[in-house]
Design a protein around this ligand. Structure first.
Ligand code: TRP
Length: 460
């Protein structure tokens, strides 16, 4: 009850700050506290906070804790795990990482500044957290451009649909803001972390580049690079790597990434290599030597540790801090306790799967929030919050109304699990087939073009 009252007061405070058009930093701080209180509230009562509904006396105390054994969700660049079938508690992560929530106001603002309807990933909270996005928009409104940076670790030939999420969203950002994009393929990272040869990692980088290009990026606005190639050919890039290396201690990376004394020194210095593309001077061919062009990084939230470190060193080496947009994870077929993994064939829908494989995997492996028998399901309804087929539809179905109707019908029991899965299959099949067609049209020559350091169609 005490937290409930604090929450109500804090909600009022946020509203009045907003109406008073208070300083953005004050509003953000108030929202951060509000979120923290919401997390505490859920911890204590086991319920989500609803304004005007005090906690019910019979609430199962610590439901969330019993739901996940009282442990924190694991989220770092190498592991994602939670015990909750609903998936990671993302509000909690925002508080833990100290980022900001992408609220309706920010979504509206992105629409206003870009002049386009927000992408479904923004409308549905799939990109849910950010750092300094308002600053990027402020500058953009004053005709100050920025650039996009994202990446992928090429650990195998096999990419799955989850890998496309950041690229699909980045493509949208590039289209609506008309800005340069750099894509880092960390073949060096995969060599250091996995039992793979340098040649294999480099080959996977080129293969993965084809899948990325198939997302529709414009060759005149996009530079894709393999670390193994670009590092050795760009003195400016390497200088930035060394600057970062000088300003981060072993103790700091141990704290951020959990490295130990027996990790190889390649791993320990790698974060500097993922940091360097966030500085525009790493790409003199694109930015004509300018070192002050603001960078915006769309990525899954597990990459945030790299960029917390990057933002920490940036001012100390004379560069602007990169801004960030964070996405949730793409759940494994077996359930949202973990994300899709390319090394487990049954947990993933691959970009190379045939329509028949897609159908079989969804029908056989997609964790269902439905009831055991049709009678029970009709009577009690299903639970879309833990249903993987429904979760996937929130990623890929464009029509908001159709999706909402599915949610209601599934919850009421009018829609059966088999019918829901059929809708997902019919959404995925044409999408993957189209991707395969696009990829077939990507020639080696095109890959070479995208991966050649060159000026892009922008005047800096
Ligand atoms: N480390 C990332 C991975 O393993 C790859 C990566 C490099 C990246 N730079 C990035 C991802 C920037 C997002 C944004 O997948």
């Amino acid at each position: 009850m005490e937290i409930y009252e604090q929450l109500t007061a804090q909600g009022d405070k946020v509203r009045s700050l907003k109406t008073a058009k208070a300083d953005k930093a004050d509003v953000d701080a108030a929202i951060q506290l509000l979120l923290k209180l919401k997390v505490d509230y859920k911890e204590v009562t086991g319920q989500d906070y609803k304004a005007g509904c005090p906690p019910s006396g019979t609430a199962v105390s610590n439901d969330r804790q019993s739901e996940n054994g009282g442990e924190e969700d694991t989220v770092d660049p190498w592991n994602v795990a939670t015990n909750s079938a609903k998936g990671v508690d993302y509000d909690k992560l925002i508080v833990r990482f100290g980022s900001s929530k992408i609220d309706q106001e920010l979504v509206d603002r992105i629409e206003k500044v870009s002049g386009q309807k927000a992408h479904r990933f923004l409308r549905r909270g799939i990109f849910f957290s950010h750092r300094d996005m308002n600053q990027v928009l402020d500058a953009y409104e004053k005709q100050k451009s920025f650039y996009l940076y994202t990446g992928r670790g090429p650990s195998s030939q096999a990419m799955h649909v989850g890998h496309l999420i950041p690229f699909v969203f980045t493509k949208w950002l590039q289209d609506v803001f008309d800005i340069p994009l750099v894509i880092q393929l960390t073949d060096d990272e995969k060599y250091l972390w996995k039992d793979l040869s340098l040649e294999d990692c480099h080959r996977f980088a080129e293969e993965n580049a084809k899948d990325i290009i198939a997302c529709g990026f414009d060759v005149n606005k996009t530079f894709i690079f393999s670390d193994l190639d670009y590092m050795g050919s760009s003195p400016e890039f390497y200088r930035n790597v060394v600057k970062v290396q000088k300003h981060v201690t072993f103790n700091q990376v141990k704290g951020i990434f959990g490295f130990s004394d027996s990790d190889c020194i390649g791993k320990i210095s790698f974060p500097a290599i993922q940091a360097a593309p966030a500085f525009s001077s790493s790409f003199p061919q694109i930015f004509k030597g300018r070192k002050d062009v603001q960078c915006l990084i769309p990525c899954a939230i597990d990459q945030d540790p790299y960029f917390r470190m990057t933002r920490d060193v940036a001012p100390r080496i004379g560069y602007p801090k990169p801004a960030l947009l964070h996405s949730t994870f793409f759940p494994a077929l077996q359930g949202a306790q973990t994300k899709m993994s390319a090394s487990d064939a049954n947990s993933s829908i691959f970009l190379t799967d045939t329509p028949k494989q897609i159908k079989n995997k969804v029908n056989k492996h997609a964790f269902s929030g439905g009831k055991d028998t049709i009678e029970e399901h009709r009577e009690q309804g299903g639970n879309p919050d833990i249903d993987v087929a429904f979760m996937y539809l929130t990623f890929f179905m464009e029509d908001d109304e159709q999706l909402e109707k599915i949610r209601q019908d599934y919850t009421s029991g009018a829609l059966l699990t088999g019918e829901l899965k059929k809708m997902l299959i019919e959404t995925l099949q044409p999408m993957i087939t189209a991707h395969q067609e696009n990829r077939k049209n990507v020639t080696d020559e095109m890959v070479k073009q995208f991966m050649t350091p060159r000026p892009l169609n922008f005047n800096f």
